[in-house]
Design a protein around this ligand. Sequence first.
Ligand code: SAM
Length: 272
Amino acid sequence: MNEQYQHKARKRFGQNFLHDAGVIDRILRAIHAKADDRLLEIGPGQGALTEGILNSGGQLDVVELDKDLIPILNRQFAGMSNFTLHQGDALKFDFKSLNAAPRTLRVVGNLPYNISTPLIFHLLKNADLIRDMHFMLQKEVVQRMAAGPGGGDWGRLSIMVQYHCRVEHLFNVGPGAFNPPPKVDSAIVRLVPHEVLPHPAKDHRMLERVVREAFNQRRKTLRNTLKALLSNAEIEAAGVDGSKRPEQLDLAAFVRLADKLSEQPVEAPAAD
Ligand code: SAM
């Protein structure tokens, strides 16, 4: 029996393997890898996407956590000179170790849903290296990434991803395309890091802080949720109406609030 079919999918590694040739082809066409591309695949699994990417001739590094999949991947692809395998956790992977030139790296992956959000935040810390990213994610997560202000999907994920990237919800994929089928619908998203940030914050950490605090209680007004960080006068001075709720604010307004927070003097450490 083919050893691919002997591998038992592991839930703890978020293993739902793609088996629908039509869907695989559609994803590969969306990625459109070329011979001079530098690519990184997260979680290649049994190689459903890997093969097509390698056939483009592009240089592909893959990071796979499950040790049992390593011999399966090596047997299929180790003979190809454009293939490099790293066994380990993508959340701890040092993307700089790939020595990719700025804005060249093309990241792809049918991601394990349990780590998709932290992984994307980890990648965004290296956004300057990345040309684009194509991911299969839970459909709801893609909807939140691509959302605009004013609705229930607009939140921390939309703002932090859109701060760095243009987001395109490409197409949806039903559970039947996977083995075993997941309980949720999936979607393919394309993230393209901005060459120049449209709304740069003075201090990115302040943006993270203001956004996290604001959406902790998304039903409350900003003057209420942000009162530990900014006074109502400071909120108004940033050109934001403190009686609004966080989901009514666009990215530019959050950046103005973050910049207001950056203006505050850093508290001196308490004297002994
Ligand atoms: N790309 C394959 C496909 O489309 O059929 C597999 C996709 S499966 C949803 C997710 C893959 O990510 C699995 O192979 C799993 O072992 C791997 N994985 C899970 N957690 C990981 C991590 N932290 N770092 C790297 N790979 C991981």
